[in-house]
Ligand binder design. Sequence first.
Ligand code: UT7
Length: 335
Amino acid sequence: MMEKINAVITGVGGYVPDYVLTNEELSRMVDTTDDWIMTRIGVKERRILHEEGLGTSYMARKAAKQLMQRTGANPDDIDAVVVCSTTPDYHFPSTASILCDKLGLKNAFAFDFQAACCGFLYGMEVVASLVASGRHKKVILVGADKMSSMVDYTDRATCPIFGDGAAAVMVEATTEDYGIMDSILRTDGKGLPFLHMKAGGSVCTPSYFTVDHKMHYIYQEGRTVFKYAVSNMSEITAKIAEKNGLTKDNINWVIPHQANMRIIDAVASRLEVPMEKVMVNIQRYGNTSAGTLPLCLWDYEKKLKKGDNLIFTAFGAGFTYGAVYVKWGYDGNTK
Ligand code: UT7
């Protein structure tokens, strides 16, 4: 009988831009305060990719280069590159194709896909399937977003939330019992009116009108999104935990999307997991969309141990949401 192939994460790389946009600076741009942002969202500062002419692929490239170095990967051995982003360099070609060139990959196929803030979460399932097929042994999965490219810095309801960043993981085939073990993923298309960008796509093409009317920015009805995020993320993490025999006693880490500290608290309390077991970096990076989950891994890698049970969860535009169960494959402090 053929042995079951699992897809295991074997390394992490990340990158955030140098420029730090603090709440103090924001409060000089719009009518807000550090106190409001900290109590309602939980973001202290976020990174912004300021330099003209640099897009998402720049950050993705930095993250992937670090990943290749840390894992000692030979570029010729990479079979595929998957980039999850809502802020690609161009409508086309894909950011993944640019990355392939910059990394000197000769034997890979590469593509982007977009699932808003659930990009990396869905991406783990996509890449796990590529690897489990037996046809792809080494795949780079990137979550990267330059949210500042579509944030209206005169809108106080959205501009404190978002930041720029990218991180990447190597996913490899193994017959050991580690890796991306299970997922419950959902899409509720009824979310469209509450979180979207009005123009720039094929329904409403760019024009002077769309620019004058600020239709190329993030539009969000925060309160509605908040409610859906809390209930769906809490329920789906509880569901994946139950399905896999995971409880507060054997869950080692919860990795939630970093959109709002109050949402993170709600998910943790539903699972009855103490905050020491929840990865949080929202205070430093804000919501980097597809970047949040792998940036958490990047920050916490040293604390991870082989065999740790990790539950990832996210919620984003669409609405997209879900949870993924990962059995971690290496001791982080050895890398
Ligand atoms: O990653 C994709 C998924 N996105 C999310 O998960 C985001 C979910 N939503 C949220 O995180 C929250 O809804 C927000 C952070 C966006 C907003 O927080 P909220 O507690 O829901 O505030 P609100 O929109 O209900 O606004 C409360 C008040 C309003 O004033 P009034 O109408 O009560 O007088 C706003 O005008 O707070 C005001 N407000 C602000 N005040 C100071 C809104 N933004 C600000 C601000 N500073 N930056």
